[in-house]
Design a protein around this ligand. Structure first.
Ligand SMILES: *[C@@H]1O[C@H](CO)[C@@H](O)[C@H](O)[C@H]1NC(C)=O
Ligand SMILES: *[C@@H]1O[C@H](CO)[C@@H](O)[C@H](O)[C@H]1NC(C)=O
Length: 249
């Protein structure tokens, strides 16, 4: 019990410490260089996710739009995601739009990147939302984000940023398959209020501009592996499995 308590305290401490560092994880660029965000390049050079379906953020005021360009993997550094967001915060009071990533929409948590307007001011936050929390409440979390650019015009928010080292140490395509959430919320005195997800995608492969997940080829992986295993290896493998089975009995 004491040991569990210790573990819990360590986890909570490890989780609280980064928030002390505050926005040192966030690196802002020169926002006057931010061009208006459009659908140009959707499905060709960038993966686009929006709500309502296929909406054009330039034409439709209630379109919440995100585009993602995924960089090439670098060993031990994962990939860079260059993300653009454009949409309106709910109502005229200070509020935000956000994009989130989670491996599984029903368990674990979602890492949220939040672009907000506080009157005429642009603000940026990272937060964590537990997927089983239907109220959408947010927890502080820190994440390095680079080259953050943003501009606001009333409730209209446009922003761009680079999430570095996405899934570092995992380089296979399958490992950048993620559920994408889009949504919005209000700002209160202490930061972003509860997140209201207006779109939750099926898992998308971020390295494909159409988000498609590579389909397994005709032969199942097991069959292909077996074809390369010599009978001697198979014998070794089965005796190892047998020892493992004995071990667990
Ligand atoms: C920001 O970018 C604009 C437009 O390129 C430029 O005129 C301005 O000098 C830049 N500001 C800074 C602080 O670099
Ligand atoms: C990620 O982006 C940063 C900032 O633009 C750049 O310095 C870094 O080299 C990029 N890393 C990869 C893995 O592409």
């Amino acid at each position: 019990m004491a040991q569990h308590l210790f573990l819990l305290v360590s986890v909570v401490t490890a989780w609280l410490v980064p928030s002390v560092l505050g926005t040192s994880h966030l690196m802002f660029g020169n926002s006057s260089e931010l061009m208006d965000i459009t659908r140009d390049g959707c499905g060709e050079t960038q993966l686009c996710v929006e709500v309502p379906a296929a909406c054009d953020p330039v034409v439709s005021g209630d379109c919440l739009f995100a585009s993602i360009v995924t960089g090439s993997p670098v060993v031990n550094n994962g990939r860079n995601l260059s993300i653009s967001l454009r949409g309106r915060s709910p109502g005229d009071s200070p509020g935000y739009i956000a994009i989130g990533f989670t491996a599984n929409a029903s368990v674990g948590s979602t890492m949220l990147f939040i672009c907000a307007q506080n009157g005429s001011q642009f603000r940026f936050f990272t937060r964590k939302q537990y997927n089983n929390d239907t109220g959408g409440s947010l927890s502080p979390t820190e994440r390095i984000v680079k080259n953050i650019l943003g501009k606001v015009n009333g409730s209209l928010i446009q922003c761009e940023f680079i999430v570095t080292d996405f899934n570092a140490t995992r380089l296979r395509e399958a490992d950048i398959t993620t559920v994408v959430k889009l949504g919005n919320g209000m700002l209160d005195g202490s930061g972003p209020g509860p997140f209201n997800a207006t779109r939750i995608t099926d898992p998308l492969n971020l390295s494909q501009v159409n988000g498609s997940i590579p389909r397994p080829t005709a032969a199942s992986p097991a069959t292909r592996v077996a074809a390369f295993i010599s009978p001697a290896c198979l014998l070794l493998w089965s005796s190892l499995s047998w020892s493992a089975a004995m071990f667990w009995m």
